[in-house]
Structure formats: structure tokens, C-alpha cells
Design a protein around this ligand. Structure first.
Ligand code: SF4
Length: 704
């Protein structure tokens, strides 16, 4: 075999960097940044540049299907036919006995668009349940709901090229310097060349993003909306509102104006823990901006009031008219490589493909007709991520099929997830490696092909669709997810799954987008292979794609106007600190790890940055609790305990603690699993968990 080179896309975060992969039969796979790629222009972050280690090391891979005939039996190797016959038999029997809603699928923002589309068709169209949700529920569902409420549909309006056209960046609830490094590098490079560029960061922690900022507003967790309203008030008072835009292209402004004008900068200053002067400074920077980009991620989304936080932030873009023009707009940062693709194909319990709504009977019929289904798609909303595990625990749901995600480590309140999985009658885990802690609960373990071992498409945070070619064969008997799902559908005797390749699936999906807001009906694998990436919509053969939405100021609402939303909750509805649990724990990512470390955890270079989880604690809090830097501490919430080293640092606010989210059982026990602690509250609309606000206590660990 000859040395070969292919172009593909990084499989980690939603930035979607272009990668050139060299496959050398002697030395294995190596990677480098694609200098011609519009996203990263040759740059890669630490995770991307070490991606080849994950591919070359197959020692942890699941090589063939493994199954246990009963809970008391060990798993044994079986053939694909035996595995999928049994999956079909068990799912059919459970559905027959307990109804379609007794089963569910829990999938991932790392699935390719074809896989996402196919499994949604299978579950919503043919298994007749809407119990299919994705781990994107944990990161982007509040942003989806916020966009829908403001613009009428889930629509990220910007392009990354707006970075170089903007002069003011408001980064709030995000640390792109670590979590979206290549985008942050583009912002830094732009600032290096242009002294007028200003960066404002809102974060309870002094992160690397905050250190690079002109102004860091180190707020009390949960007070974001209060701050945004104070900014809104100041912008109106100083005459920075874009009155033409507001009058001609928005609704509800007077209600919004009444609300923010009744707020007080002094009160906001007290509640948010930042000075009035800094609020004024931030408002003046935003008000004077020629191009204003607001960037946010989990700090807003993962909250019991995540949707309100999103709409309150979006209101600032409407107020200043910074939507649909170069260098301006709201810019949600997607955590996973294909969270956006999943949204397009309706990959959530409450959605249907091509931005159609499950609660709309016309939409349900359109989708059913397209799929050739005689009876209707169920109108009953499916269970969301956390709800599915509640239903497993209570016994309402009997079986779950988990694809490419590790809920035992990533969902809130891990002990509850453990109980739910132990209580399930039948658990299928379809994944690439044995590293996911969840797999120990599998009754059926299915080996899936990983990145580079299958073809398909993904969409990044700026709606850019990339084609990912297959470069190498999967080890052992691993199959692509499309093939596994198609074979299962055939075992179930479902029609409509005569797909021989992912391209067949993509063709069907592209056809479905015709005349919708994400129209890519003129896109196909050939164009993606030959012409490169495209931002949707691509509504014509010669169309180059659409970098920026709403250039015509026509939004997707019935009136074609954007909506100022009034939050139902302004103050945080999370459980508040008390005598027993006096600290607020916030969780998040570190620079060199990805999700639950099933991939990055096996790359020794990536383990050198932060080799084990540490609790960040402010020196004043540490002093009060007699904790020194490096001490082992016990963190306790009402749900559980974590035991980790303390890192005493003034980068975090007094009263707030931080733990990285990544570790599961990689260390000696599961006492470093952060989600042992996290609470089970979710946003009432988006159902996204409240990861950023759990009340805890902390003390020095004393050996028993
Ligand atoms: Fe991959 Fe994201 Fe890093 Fe780019 S920024 S190389 S997409 S992990």
C-alpha cells in the first residue's frame, strides 16, 4: 500500500478545523492543519494536533460484538447476526409488552449527520417513540431554544469570517482560549493587528480568555441576566440603541425597554459583584462597536434559567442592531463537532428533521409522508437525556441504546445514572472503545468505526458542512454506525432503510431540506469533495453557500421580525447556598481533555497539562477551611462526594469552586467523578442541566 493523503475535519470541538491526514503504511497515521481550510488556515490546537495518537493506538478498541444472555452471565463474543437478531428480538418484545415508549436511544453530537438522520428516522418514524435524545442536550439545547424564541428558528447567523470584521467581542460563559482555541487564536490575531479591537469577558473565573481581555467582569454565578439588563439600560440611556432596526425589524421592544429601565446599575453591581463603573465601561464598548460579536457557551446554556440567559443576551444584539451585518451577531459556540448537524436532522426528543417541530401536526405529517409512513409520528414529546435515565430508574423505560457517549460520567448526579443503568432490562452500547465507563452496564456491546474509518458529513458552529472521507479500515469487525443501524432496521423488518452507503442516506436527507431554511437540496458528496465546505443554506446548483443569515433583516418569525423576549426568571432559580452547603460549584473543561477522556485520556502528551482533577478554590475560602495548596479535599453535595487535590488560586471568586468535568474512573476509584456532585435541576424549556451551579461543602480530607 502507498502512502496517501486525505483532507478531513477534526473530530473534537465544534470549531471544525480542517486537517490533512497522511496514512503511511509503515508509520501509521499523522495529522497537520490544512492551510487552505477557511476555518483554521493551518492552525490546530493541542487536541487536534494529537488526534493521530487516538487513531494509531487501537489497543482499547472493541473489536467484535459482545453479548451476555442474562445479567448474571459474562459477556461473550458473538457474530453481528446474533447480536442484531437479539437486539431486534429484545426491542420488539419490550415494545410489544410495554409499548414503544418503553425503549429509548441516547446518542451523541459526535455522530455524523447521516447517522443522526438515520437513527432519528428509525426511532421516531418506525419504532414509534420520540424517546431519542442526544448529549447535545447537555450543551446546546438552551441556545437552540433561545434562537427559536428570538429569530423564529434555530439559526446561528454569523460566519467565522465575521471575527476579522468585528471590533468588539463579548465573551460570556465561555473560555474559548481553552475550549475553542483556534477561534480564540483568530480573535487574538485580529486584536494583535488592530488596536481598536476590544474584548470583554464575563466569567466568575479569571480564565486564559479573561486574562487576554480588555475588561473582565468576574460576576457571581447565576447573575448573568441581571448584568445583561443593566447593560441594556445603560445602552438605551446613552443613546446606543439602533432605533431604525428596532422599529422596522423587531417586536416587543417597549416591554423590554420598560423592564431594563426599571433595573438599577447599583443593584446590578451589588448582585453581580462587579463595579458600576465596569458595567458602564462594558456598555460603552458595546455601544461604540462598529461590529459586535457576542460569543457564549456552557456558562449560559447549562443553567436552570439557560434559555432566559440566552434570550437576554440576544436582546443586546437586537437593541444595538448588530444582526445580519458584517462583523456582527450572536455567535453560540458549539461544544461538539456535529452538534449543529444533529440539530439540522432533528436529533432531539422535541424536534423533527429540517427544523420541523414535533408539536406541530402539519410538520409531523410532512415528515411521515416523506418517510412513507402510513400511521402518524407520535405527538407525545420524547424523553430528554436526563428524563430517559429517570425513566430507566423508575422502570417506566426498560431498554436503552447508547451510541458514542458516556452518560455515566457526563450526566448530572452520576449515582442516579448508575442506578438507572443497573435497573435497565437491556442496555446496548455502541462505541469505539472499552474506555467508556458506561460500557460495563452493556448487555450488548457493538463495535463502531471511529473517525477516519467511515465517511459522512458534519456541520460546525458557523453552519459549515464538511465531508469526512474514509481513510483507513476499522479494526476487527467494527462497522460504521450507518451500517449497524441499517442492519438493525432490516432485522426489525422496517421498510425505508435500503441504504447501501452513507451517501444514500445523505441524498435522502438533502432532498428533505428542499424549500426549508436549511435548504441543501442542491448539495451532494461530489460537490463537497470537489468544491470543499459549504455553509447552509445552499439553495441552488451554483450557490456558494450562505456565510451570514438575516442580511435582508427578514427573520423566521410569522412577522419576519426578531423578538425581544422577556425572561420568566431574572434571578437564578438554582438551589442557593446554605449553612450545610455554603459554596457554589461550577464545572467545565480543561484545555487538553475532551468530554470523558475516552480518547484524549489515552494520549500521554495531553495528560501532561493537567494530569489529575483539581478543585480550584479562592485563597480566602481555603484559609477559612484550613486548606493549603495541594491538600486532598473532600467536596460534598446532597448527591455525593468527590475527593481531589486543591488548587488554591485567586483566579476564582470567593464562594465559588471549580472542578473539571472530564474524569470518570480513570484514576483509582470514581471519587474524582465531578458529576457525583451535580444537581438534577434542568431549564424548564430546554431541559438542559444546571451543571454550573451546585451547592457544596469542602473540607480537608482526613484519613480514616
Ligand atoms: Fe479540533 Fe477544535 Fe482544536 Fe480545531 S479547535 S483542532 S476543531 S479541537
Amino acid at each position: 500500500m502507498q502512502k496517501s493523503e486525505i483532507k478531513t475535519t477534526c473530530s473534537y470541538c465544534g470549531v471544525g478545523c480542517g486537517i490533512i491526514v497522511t496514512n503511511d503504511p509503515k508509520n501509521g497515521v499523522s495529522v497537520k492543519g490544512d492551510v487552505n481550510h477557511p476555518v483554521n488556515k493551518g492552525m490546530l490546537c493541542s487536541k487536534g494536533m494529537n488526534l493521530h495518537y487516538v487513531v494509531n493506538d487501537t489497543s482499547d478498541r472493541i473489536l467484535y460484538p459482545e453479548m451476555r444472555w442474562s445479567k448474571s452471565h459474562p459477556k461473550e463474543r458473538v457474530s453481528w447476526d446474533t447480536a442484531l437478531d437479539r437486539a431486534a428480538a429484545v426491542f420488539s418484545s419490550i415494545i410489544k409488552k410495554h409499548g414503544p415508549d418503553s425503549v429509548g436511544f441516547y446518542i451523541s453530537g459526535q455522530c455524523l449527520t447521516e447517522e443522526y438522520y438515520l437513527v432519528n428516522k428509525l426511532v421516531k418514524g418506525f419504532l414509534k417513540t420520540n424517546n431519542i435524545d442526544t448529549n447535545s442536550r447537555l450543551c446546546m439545547s438552551s441556545a437552540v431554544a433561545g434562537y427559536k424564541k428570538t429569530f423564529g428558528e434555530d439559526s446561528v447567523p454569523i460566519a467565522y469570517d465575521d471575527i476579522e470584521l468585528a471590533d468588539t467581542f463579548l465573551i460570556t460563559g465561555a473560555n474559548p482560549a481553552w475550549c475553542h482555541p483556534i477561534l480564540f487564536r483568530r480573535i487574538e490575531q485580529h486584536k494583535e493587528k488592530n488596536s481598536k479591537v476590544k474584548i470583554i469577558v464575563i466569567d466568575p473565573r479569571r480564565t486564559d480568555s479573561a486574562i487576554a481581555a480588555d475588561l473582565h467582569l468576574q460576576i457571581v454565578p447565576g447573575t448573568d441576566i441581571i448584568l445583561y439588563h443593566a447593560l441594556g439600560k445603560r445602552l438605551i440611556e446613552k443613546g446606543y440603541a439602533d432605533n431604525d432596526f428596532i422599529k422596522n425589524h423587531t417586536e416587543n421592544f417597549n416591554l423590554y425597554k420598560d423592564l431594563v429601565m426599571s433595573s438599577s446599575l447599583e443593584k446590578a453591581s451589588k448582585l453581580c459583584g462587579i463595579s458600576v463603573n465596569d458595567i458602564k465601561l462594558a456598555a460603552d464598548m458595546i455601544g461604540k462597536a462598529k461590529g459586535f460579536l457576542s460569543l457564549w457557551a456552557m456558562g449560559l446554556n447549562q443553567s436552570a434559567i439557560g434559555v432566559d440567559k440566552n434570550t437576554a443576551l440576544l436582546n443586546l444584539s437586537l437593541l444595538t442592531g448588530h444582526v445580519g451585518k458584517p462583523g456582527s451577531g450572536p455567535f453560540s459556540l458549539t461544544g461538539q463537532p456535529n452538534a449543529m448537524g444533529g440539530r439540522e436532522v432533528g436529533g432531539m426528543a422535541n424536534l423533527l428533521a429540517v427544523h420541523k417541530e414535533l408539536n406541530n401536526p402539519v410538520h409531523r405529517k410532512e415528515v411521515a409522508d416523506f418517510w412513507g409512513i402510513e400511521d402518524e409520528i407520535s405527538e407525545k414529546p420524547g424523553l430528554t437525556a436526563t428524563e430517559m435515565f429517570d425513566a430507566l430508574e423508575s422502570g417506566k423505560m426498560k431498554a436503552i441504546w447508547i451510541i458514542c457517549t458516556n452518560p455515566l460520567v457526563s450526566l448530572p448526579d452520576s449515582r442516579r445514572v448508575e442506578k438507572a443503568l443497573a435497573n435497565a432490562k437491556f442496555v446496548v452500547v455502541q462505541d469505539i472503545s472499552h474506555n467508556a465507563d458506561t460500557s460495563k452496564f452493556a448487555d450488548l456491546l457493538l463495535p463502531a468505526a471511529g473517525w477516519l474509518e467511515k465517511e459522512g458529513t458534519m456541520t460546525n458552529s458557523e453552519r459549515r458542512i464538511s465531508y469526512l472521507p474514509k481513510g483507513i479500515n476499522a479494526p476487527g469487525e467494527a462497522l460504521s454506525d450507518v451500517e449497524i443501524l441499517t442492519r438493525f432496521a432490516k432485522k426489525m423488518n422496517f421498510s425505508g432503510f435500503n441504504f447501501n452507503t452513507p451517501e444514500d442516506v445523505y441524498k435522502e436527507y438533502c432532498l428533505m431540506t428542499k424549500n426549508t431554511t436549511i435548504d441543501i437540496s442542491f448539495l451532494n458528496y461530489n460537490r463537497l469533495k470537489n468544491e470543499g465546505t459549504f455553509q447552509w443554506p445552499v439553495p441552488d446548483y451554483g450557490h456558494p453557500g450562505t456565510p451570514r443569515l438575516f442580511a435582508d433583516k427578514k427573520f423566521y418569525t410569522p412577522s419576519q421580525k426578531a423578538i425581544f423576549n422577556i425572561p420568566t426568571a431574572i434571578e437564578n432559580t438554582s438551589e442557593q447556598p446554605n449553612n450545610q452547603f455554603p459554596y457554589i460549584l461550577t464545572t467545565g473543561r480543561i484545555r487538553d481533555q475532551w468530554h470523558t477522556m475516552t480518547k484524549t485520556g489515552k494520549v500521554s502528551r495531553l495528560m501532561t497539562h493537567i494530569p489529575s482533577p483539581v478543585l480550584e478554590i479562592n485563597p480566602i475560602d481555603a484559609y477559612k477551611a484550613s486548606i493549603n495548596n495541594g491538600n486532598i479535599v473532600v467536596v460534598t453535595s446532597k448527591n455525593g462526594t468527590v475527593r481531589v487535590k486543591a488548587k488554591v488560586s485567586d483566579t476564582i471568586r470567593e464562594g465559588v469552586l471549580f472542578l473539571p468535568m472530564h474524569w470518570g474512573k480513570q484514576l483509582e476509584n470514581d471519587l474524582n467523578r465531578t458529576n457525583n456532585l451535580t444537581n438534577t435541576l434542568v431549564d424548564p424549556v430546554s431541559k438542559e442541566p444546571d451543571f454550573k451551579y451546585t451547592t457544596v461543602s469542602v473540607s480537608k480530607y482526613v484519613k480514616p
